[in-house]
Design a protein around this ligand. Sequence first.
Ligand code: C2E
Ligand code: MG
Ligand code: MG
Ligand code: MG
Length: 288
Amino acid sequence: KAKEKGFGKREFFTGEMNAFSLERLRLEGFLRKAIQKGELLPFFQPQICMKTEKIIGFEALIRWQHPELGLISPMQFIPLAEEIGLIDEIGRFVLFESCKQLKQWHDEDKDHLSISVNVSSRQFQRLSFVYEVKEVLELTGIPAHCLNLELTESTMIHNVEYSISIMEELRELGVKLSIDDFGTGYSSLSYLKDLPVDSLKIDQSFIRHLSEDYFNTSDAAIIKAIIMMCEGLSLTTVAEGVETFEQLKLLQEYGCHHAQGYIISKPMPSIEADVFLKFYSLTKNSQT
Ligand code: C2E
Ligand code: MG
Ligand code: MG
Ligand code: MG
């Protein structure tokens, strides 16, 4: 039986080979070696507090720096990693590296900073996930409340009861939870009141066209409604994908708590984030 399977596999190679499967196989092979080769690394994008305009933390966003293919976006390899089961390893790697980086910042007297890490659906469903988070906290020594895990609606509604129990265990560790890309999933609002989360990230598709003189005011209406709802639910609101000053100003006016986007900075390697932290606090200090 095993032989038959093996044979079938070979047929796949010699048979109907198209450009897509070839490219995919190549990418798959590369990805398997990427971690060992040190080609995967988190970039960091700052988040600011709307009231103080100070940096409160960073979101870790994985990048794949391939020597020949260049910088590959997570959109291209995270789904592949999920499919071939590599996401567990990648997820643990990003979590560990991000917490390690935060620890370094904390040791440099920036202990007000927090780190947000994206969690994929498969990673979240793993039985050992809570244990893995606990282990990373212990190994790196960062306070649990400085770690924020970003989950998407589809991850949480996959199996609502199970998800809630895991989320509660995570919150018992002291970890913060947030809903990423809010407004793009299919979860009903009735779930929202039962989900043990601390914050909600308004998806960038609502922010993208937000402007003062825009003839279509529907995005503004949705954003304002989300912020009001979060106010009632005692959830922190984070706007992602803020690209213009106008958007930043409007979101501030609407009472959005935190912001993240190119207007503040693109995601950057840790060395640049270091410089950004120094520079940013310098400009802030010289203003006050
Ligand atoms: P996300 O978590 O919603 O991250 C926000 C995405 O928006 C990031 O894309 C970020 O670079 C981009 N972005 C931030 N500010 C702006 C802006 O002002 N304008 C525009 N146009 N884009 C902005 P990125 O880094 O390509 O990541 C894409 C998605 O890949 C993430 O969406 C997340 O779902 C996933 N991802 C990234 N890193 C990880 C990871 O370590 N683990 C997992 N499981 N998923 C990850
Ligand atoms: Mg995210
Ligand atoms: Mg998002
Ligand atoms: Mg997204």
